[in-house]
Design a protein around this ligand. Sequence first.
Ligand code: NAP
Length: 213
Amino acid sequence: MAAPLRLKSTLALVTGGGSGIGRAICQRLSQEGASVAVVDVNIDSANETLGSLSCDVPGQEHVALTADVSRSESVSALMEQIQSRFSAPPRVAVSSAGITRDEFLLRLSEENFNTVLDVNLKGPFLITQAVARSIVSSGQNGGSIINISSIVGKVGNLGQANYAASKAGLEGFTKTAAKELAKFGIRCNTVLPGFTVTPMTDTVPQKVLDKVS
Ligand code: NAP
């Protein structure tokens, strides 16, 4: 059955759109009529997603853009590119970009702690703030911000102190954003997937895979 065109005339921005869950989200949003800005640190994978999107609705236009969500200059440049290309701000923003740098706590380096927090927590902060600002300054309220967290942020996981902290932090951040942005009609939610086979899970050791399958 065809997807309902609930997102006709809506621009959606998806970070991490070049792979895994982010790619699937881009595809579903396009099937529901949205124009999609596929954002990824890797432009080749973003372009690959772009080529897989539905484009059946008149006026629907997709774009692949590169940005490193952990860097504010990169997020600012991204928003400028979107602003020059589209007449309205993104009304939907999904932060799916995420990384792991798994290591047991006793061996976890400060660098790998910071890198994971920068991408998984600071990244959604920068995107949420930039998109909310662009909606508010457009004078037309309303939007939906979705941050992809993880069930690991609720329950913890061996070898993922950095990742679990970033995902738990993302929930607290998003709940606060929801309270602050409600007056602008901007809903903010987290989604907490469980184990999902994607390129991210390629590094999971076989003995761990055996336990989750
Ligand atoms: P994935 O296939 O690795 O996709 C993540 C994408 O984000 C990749 O294209 C990656 O590019 C990109 N990315 C990494 N750093 C970035 C940055 N600084 N700026 C912009 N893009 C960046 O992972 P996934 O499994 O789809 O995960 C998507 C989200 O779901 C993540 O937030 C993850 O934590 C969460 N999640 C996944 C699972 C799971 O089991 N897969 C479970 C719970 C939650 P590169 O490949 O070039 O690094």
